[in-house]
Design a protein around this ligand. Structure first.
Ligand SMILES: *[C@@H]1O[C@H](CO)[C@@H](O)[C@H](O)[C@H]1NC(C)=O
Ligand SMILES: *[C@@H]1O[C@H](CO)[C@@H](O)[C@H](O)[C@H]1NC(C)=O
Ligand SMILES: *[C@@H]1O[C@H](CO)[C@@H](O)[C@H](O)[C@H]1NC(C)=O
Length: 267
Protein backbone atom coordinates (compact mmCIF):
# COMPACT_ATOMS: atom_id res chain seq x y z
CA UNK A 1 0.00 0.00 0.00
CA UNK A 2 2.99 2.30 -0.24
CA UNK A 3 1.42 4.27 -3.09
CA UNK A 4 -1.62 4.96 -1.00
CA UNK A 5 0.49 5.99 1.93
CA UNK A 6 2.29 8.38 -0.40
CA UNK A 7 -1.07 9.85 -1.25
CA UNK A 8 -1.84 10.37 2.41
CA UNK A 9 1.46 12.12 2.88
CA UNK A 10 0.73 14.34 -0.09
CA UNK A 11 -2.67 15.11 1.28
CA UNK A 12 -1.20 15.89 4.66
CA UNK A 13 1.40 18.09 3.07
CA UNK A 14 -1.33 19.82 1.18
CA UNK A 15 -2.92 20.68 4.47
CA UNK A 16 0.47 21.31 6.03
CA UNK A 17 -0.82 24.06 8.24
CA UNK A 18 -3.15 21.36 9.55
CA UNK A 19 -0.36 18.86 9.97
CA UNK A 20 -2.06 17.12 12.87
CA UNK A 21 -5.21 16.47 10.90
CA UNK A 22 -5.61 12.90 9.85
CA UNK A 23 -6.80 11.66 6.52
CA UNK A 24 -9.72 9.57 7.72
CA UNK A 25 -11.36 8.00 4.72
CA UNK A 26 -10.83 7.06 1.10
CA UNK A 27 -13.87 7.83 -0.97
CA UNK A 28 -14.59 6.50 -4.42
CA UNK A 29 -17.28 7.72 -6.77
CA UNK A 30 -17.32 4.98 -9.36
CA UNK A 31 -20.71 5.42 -11.07
CA UNK A 32 -21.31 2.06 -12.78
CA UNK A 33 -24.63 3.46 -14.03
CA UNK A 34 -22.78 5.72 -16.45
CA UNK A 35 -21.79 2.68 -18.51
CA UNK A 36 -24.03 1.86 -21.48
CA UNK A 37 -24.16 -1.77 -20.25
CA UNK A 38 -25.98 -0.54 -17.16
CA UNK A 39 -29.13 -0.49 -19.28
CA UNK A 40 -28.59 -3.78 -21.09
CA UNK A 41 -26.99 -5.80 -18.26
CA UNK A 42 -27.63 -4.13 -14.93
CA UNK A 43 -27.13 -7.33 -12.93
CA UNK A 44 -23.79 -7.94 -14.60
CA UNK A 45 -22.51 -4.39 -14.20
CA UNK A 46 -23.68 -4.14 -10.60
CA UNK A 47 -21.90 -7.38 -9.81
CA UNK A 48 -18.73 -6.10 -11.49
CA UNK A 49 -19.01 -2.98 -9.35
CA UNK A 50 -19.24 -5.17 -6.23
CA UNK A 51 -16.34 -7.30 -7.49
CA UNK A 52 -14.32 -4.09 -7.77
CA UNK A 53 -15.17 -3.15 -4.20
CA UNK A 54 -14.12 -6.61 -3.05
CA UNK A 55 -10.82 -6.26 -4.89
CA UNK A 56 -10.25 -2.90 -3.26
CA UNK A 57 -10.97 -4.38 0.15
CA UNK A 58 -8.61 -7.26 -0.60
CA UNK A 59 -5.85 -4.65 -0.98
CA UNK A 60 -6.44 -3.98 2.74
CA UNK A 61 -6.54 -0.20 2.46
CA UNK A 62 -5.13 1.41 5.58
CA UNK A 63 -8.23 3.58 5.91
CA UNK A 64 -11.92 2.78 5.70
CA UNK A 65 -13.35 2.93 2.21
CA UNK A 66 -16.41 4.96 1.38
CA UNK A 67 -18.41 4.77 -1.83
CA UNK A 68 -20.42 7.63 -3.26
CA UNK A 69 -23.69 6.13 -4.47
CA UNK A 70 -26.83 7.77 -5.83
CA UNK A 71 -29.89 7.87 -3.59
CA UNK A 72 -31.74 5.39 -5.81
CA UNK A 73 -29.40 2.41 -5.33
CA UNK A 74 -31.84 1.37 -2.60
CA UNK A 75 -34.39 0.57 -5.32
CA UNK A 76 -32.09 -1.57 -7.49
CA UNK A 77 -32.54 -5.23 -6.64
CA UNK A 78 -29.45 -7.31 -7.36
CA UNK A 79 -28.70 -11.00 -7.06
CA UNK A 80 -25.16 -11.95 -6.12
CA UNK A 81 -24.12 -15.50 -5.34
CA UNK A 82 -27.75 -16.46 -4.89
CA UNK A 83 -28.52 -13.63 -2.45
CA UNK A 84 -30.92 -10.91 -3.54
CA UNK A 85 -30.91 -7.50 -1.92
CA UNK A 86 -30.66 -3.88 -2.85
CA UNK A 87 -27.47 -2.61 -4.40
CA UNK A 88 -27.13 -0.01 -1.64
CA UNK A 89 -27.20 -2.86 0.90
CA UNK A 90 -24.55 -4.86 -0.91
CA UNK A 91 -22.34 -1.77 -0.83
CA UNK A 92 -23.13 -1.13 2.83
CA UNK A 93 -22.16 -4.71 3.67
CA UNK A 94 -18.68 -3.77 2.46
CA UNK A 95 -18.01 -0.10 3.14
CA UNK A 96 -19.32 3.27 4.24
CA UNK A 97 -21.48 5.42 2.01
CA UNK A 98 -21.64 8.92 0.71
CA UNK A 99 -25.28 9.03 -0.36
CA UNK A 100 -25.61 11.50 -3.20
CA UNK A 101 -29.03 12.48 -1.95
CA UNK A 102 -29.57 14.97 -4.70
CA UNK A 103 -33.08 16.31 -4.14
CA UNK A 104 -34.23 19.73 -3.02
CA UNK A 105 -36.42 19.32 0.01
CA UNK A 106 -35.57 18.01 3.47
CA UNK A 107 -38.47 15.56 3.37
CA UNK A 108 -37.37 13.99 0.12
CA UNK A 109 -33.79 13.80 1.32
CA UNK A 110 -34.92 12.09 4.53
CA UNK A 111 -37.18 9.66 2.66
CA UNK A 112 -34.41 8.80 0.24
CA UNK A 113 -31.78 8.19 2.90
CA UNK A 114 -33.81 6.39 5.54
CA UNK A 115 -33.46 2.87 4.13
CA UNK A 116 -29.67 3.24 4.06
CA UNK A 117 -29.62 4.69 7.58
CA UNK A 118 -31.78 1.82 8.81
CA UNK A 119 -29.71 -0.84 7.04
CA UNK A 120 -26.51 0.74 8.34
CA UNK A 121 -27.50 -0.29 11.84
CA UNK A 122 -27.44 -3.90 10.57
CA UNK A 123 -24.35 -3.68 8.36
CA UNK A 124 -22.40 -1.64 10.90
CA UNK A 125 -21.29 0.87 8.28
CA UNK A 126 -22.03 4.58 8.21
CA UNK A 127 -23.56 7.00 5.77
CA UNK A 128 -22.82 10.60 5.01
CA UNK A 129 -25.77 12.31 3.32
CA UNK A 130 -24.77 14.78 0.61
CA UNK A 131 -26.85 17.55 -0.93
CA UNK A 132 -26.16 19.26 -4.24
CA UNK A 133 -25.80 22.98 -4.94
CA UNK A 134 -24.68 22.81 -8.56
CA UNK A 135 -26.94 24.16 -11.30
CA UNK A 136 -28.58 21.19 -13.07
CA UNK A 137 -30.78 22.64 -15.82
CA UNK A 138 -32.21 19.27 -16.84
CA UNK A 139 -32.85 18.14 -13.24
CA UNK A 140 -33.79 21.28 -11.29
CA UNK A 141 -35.26 19.30 -8.38
CA UNK A 142 -31.96 17.45 -7.84
CA UNK A 143 -30.21 20.52 -6.49
CA UNK A 144 -30.63 23.42 -4.09
CA UNK A 145 -29.56 25.69 -6.91
CA UNK A 146 -32.55 27.99 -7.40
CA UNK A 147 -33.38 27.90 -3.70
CA UNK A 148 -31.59 30.14 -1.24
CA UNK A 149 -28.89 29.59 1.33
CA UNK A 150 -31.30 29.75 4.27
CA UNK A 151 -33.44 27.01 2.65
CA UNK A 152 -30.35 24.82 2.49
CA UNK A 153 -29.36 25.58 6.07
CA UNK A 154 -32.81 24.85 7.47
CA UNK A 155 -33.09 21.64 5.46
CA UNK A 156 -29.67 20.45 6.64
CA UNK A 157 -30.92 21.03 10.16
CA UNK A 158 -34.16 19.12 9.51
CA UNK A 159 -32.31 16.15 8.03
CA UNK A 160 -29.87 16.11 10.93
CA UNK A 161 -32.75 16.17 13.42
CA UNK A 162 -34.62 13.42 11.58
CA UNK A 163 -31.69 11.08 12.10
CA UNK A 164 -30.63 12.34 15.51
CA UNK A 165 -31.41 8.95 17.09
CA UNK A 166 -29.50 7.09 14.42
CA UNK A 167 -25.96 8.30 14.97
CA UNK A 168 -24.57 4.79 14.81
CA UNK A 169 -25.30 4.74 11.08
CA UNK A 170 -25.85 8.41 10.21
CA UNK A 171 -22.44 9.99 10.23
CA UNK A 172 -22.82 13.53 8.89
CA UNK A 173 -24.24 15.79 6.22
CA UNK A 174 -22.24 17.00 3.28
CA UNK A 175 -22.49 19.79 0.75
CA UNK A 176 -21.45 19.26 -2.85
CA UNK A 177 -19.38 21.05 -3.93
CA UNK A 178 -16.94 23.75 -2.93
CA UNK A 179 -17.21 26.08 -5.97
CA UNK A 180 -20.94 25.79 -6.42
CA UNK A 181 -21.72 26.17 -2.74
CA UNK A 182 -19.54 29.26 -2.86
CA UNK A 183 -21.63 30.74 -5.66
CA UNK A 184 -24.79 29.62 -3.88
CA UNK A 185 -23.80 31.51 -0.72
CA UNK A 186 -22.50 34.59 -2.61
CA UNK A 187 -18.89 33.80 -1.71
CA UNK A 188 -19.87 32.52 1.74
CA UNK A 189 -21.42 35.84 2.76
CA UNK A 190 -24.82 34.24 3.54
CA UNK A 191 -25.24 32.92 7.07
CA UNK A 192 -24.03 29.34 7.52
CA UNK A 193 -25.56 27.43 10.41
CA UNK A 194 -23.70 25.84 13.28
CA UNK A 195 -24.21 22.33 12.00
CA UNK A 196 -20.78 21.03 11.09
CA UNK A 197 -20.97 19.49 7.68
CA UNK A 198 -18.61 17.83 5.25
CA UNK A 199 -17.50 19.56 2.10
CA UNK A 200 -17.19 17.55 -1.08
CA UNK A 201 -14.61 19.63 -2.90
CA UNK A 202 -14.85 17.86 -6.29
CA UNK A 203 -12.58 20.32 -8.08
CA UNK A 204 -9.11 18.81 -8.46
CA UNK A 205 -7.58 22.20 -9.24
CA UNK A 206 -7.50 22.60 -5.47
CA UNK A 207 -4.65 20.12 -5.58
CA UNK A 208 -3.21 20.92 -8.98
CA UNK A 209 -3.31 24.71 -9.30
CA UNK A 210 -1.55 26.87 -6.78
CA UNK A 211 -3.79 29.95 -7.17
CA UNK A 212 -6.90 27.85 -6.75
CA UNK A 213 -5.39 26.15 -3.72
CA UNK A 214 -4.76 29.52 -2.14
CA UNK A 215 -8.36 30.63 -2.70
CA UNK A 216 -9.56 27.34 -1.27
CA UNK A 217 -7.39 27.73 1.83
CA UNK A 218 -8.75 31.24 2.33
CA UNK A 219 -12.28 29.88 2.05
CA UNK A 220 -11.48 27.25 4.65
CA UNK A 221 -10.65 30.11 7.00
CA UNK A 222 -14.05 31.68 6.32
CA UNK A 223 -15.66 28.29 6.95
CA UNK A 224 -13.75 27.83 10.15
CA UNK A 225 -15.82 25.85 12.64
CA UNK A 226 -18.47 24.94 10.07
CA UNK A 227 -16.78 21.94 8.51
CA UNK A 228 -16.19 18.45 9.81
CA UNK A 229 -14.32 16.98 6.87
CA UNK A 230 -13.28 17.90 3.36
CA UNK A 231 -13.11 15.38 0.51
CA UNK A 232 -10.23 16.30 -1.73
CA UNK A 233 -10.27 15.13 -5.28
CA UNK A 234 -7.28 12.89 -5.74
CA UNK A 235 -7.94 11.45 -9.18
CA UNK A 236 -4.85 13.03 -10.67
CA UNK A 237 -2.70 11.86 -7.83
CA UNK A 238 -3.94 8.36 -8.56
CA UNK A 239 -3.17 8.68 -12.26
CA UNK A 240 0.29 9.86 -11.45
CA UNK A 241 0.90 7.21 -8.86
CA UNK A 242 0.26 4.42 -11.34
CA UNK A 243 0.03 0.98 -9.90
CA UNK A 244 -3.06 0.97 -7.72
CA UNK A 245 -5.00 2.91 -10.27
CA UNK A 246 -4.45 0.13 -12.77
CA UNK A 247 -5.50 -2.53 -10.30
CA UNK A 248 -8.53 -0.55 -9.33
CA UNK A 249 -9.68 0.13 -12.84
CA UNK A 250 -9.25 -3.36 -14.21
CA UNK A 251 -12.61 -4.64 -13.05
CA UNK A 252 -14.69 -3.54 -16.00
CA UNK A 253 -16.57 -0.86 -14.10
CA UNK A 254 -15.69 2.70 -14.95
CA UNK A 255 -13.49 4.40 -12.44
CA UNK A 256 -14.72 7.91 -11.99
CA UNK A 257 -13.45 9.83 -9.03
CA UNK A 258 -11.36 9.28 -5.99
CA UNK A 259 -11.25 11.48 -2.95
CA UNK A 260 -9.35 11.58 0.27
CA UNK A 261 -11.45 12.64 3.23
CA UNK A 262 -9.56 14.86 5.61
CA UNK A 263 -11.07 15.80 8.91
CA UNK A 264 -10.86 19.52 8.96
CA UNK A 265 -9.83 21.68 11.87
CA UNK A 266 -8.70 25.27 11.70
CA UNK A 267 -5.02 26.05 12.17
C1 LIG B 1 -33.69 5.81 14.15
O1 LIG B 1 -33.66 5.38 15.47
C2 LIG B 1 -34.95 5.28 16.05
C3 LIG B 1 -34.76 4.95 17.55
O2 LIG B 1 -33.99 3.81 17.68
C4 LIG B 1 -35.75 4.20 15.32
O3 LIG B 1 -37.05 4.12 15.86
C5 LIG B 1 -35.84 4.58 13.85
O4 LIG B 1 -36.47 3.55 13.13
C6 LIG B 1 -34.46 4.80 13.29
N1 LIG B 1 -34.58 5.32 11.94
C7 LIG B 1 -33.93 4.81 10.95
C8 LIG B 1 -34.16 5.44 9.62
O5 LIG B 1 -33.17 3.87 11.05
C1 LIG C 1 -35.56 31.85 0.93
O1 LIG C 1 -36.57 31.27 0.12
C2 LIG C 1 -37.72 30.93 0.87
C3 LIG C 1 -38.65 30.18 -0.06
O2 LIG C 1 -37.99 29.02 -0.52
C4 LIG C 1 -38.35 32.19 1.42
O3 LIG C 1 -39.46 31.85 2.22
C5 LIG C 1 -37.34 32.91 2.29
O4 LIG C 1 -37.86 34.17 2.71
C6 LIG C 1 -36.06 33.15 1.52
N1 LIG C 1 -35.06 33.65 2.47
C7 LIG C 1 -34.19 34.59 2.15
C8 LIG C 1 -33.23 34.98 3.24
O5 LIG C 1 -34.16 35.10 1.05
C1 LIG D 1 -17.46 36.31 -5.63
O1 LIG D 1 -16.07 36.47 -5.86
C2 LIG D 1 -15.73 36.52 -7.24
C3 LIG D 1 -14.23 36.49 -7.34
O2 LIG D 1 -13.65 37.40 -6.45
C4 LIG D 1 -16.35 37.77 -7.86
O3 LIG D 1 -16.05 37.82 -9.22
C5 LIG D 1 -17.87 37.68 -7.67
O4 LIG D 1 -18.47 38.85 -8.16
C6 LIG D 1 -18.22 37.49 -6.21
N1 LIG D 1 -19.64 37.26 -6.11
C7 LIG D 1 -20.40 37.82 -5.19
C8 LIG D 1 -21.86 37.52 -5.25
O5 LIG D 1 -19.94 38.55 -4.33
Amino acid sequence: MSKLITLFLLATLFTSCHAQIPVTTIQLDIEPYTLSEWTSDRQGVANQFLDLIDKLLALKPPLPLRFAIPRWFDGISITRNGVTKYLSQFVQDRAHLMIMDYVNTAQRAINDAQDEIKYGSISGTKSVIGLETMQLPSEPTSTYYGKNASDLESDLQLIDSAFSLNRSSFEALCVHDWKNWKVFTANFTKPIGQLRRDLYVWDNSVILVEEVRKIFMDDLKILNGKLRRVYLEAEYLMYNSGVEFKVWSRSGASFRRFQLGINYKSC
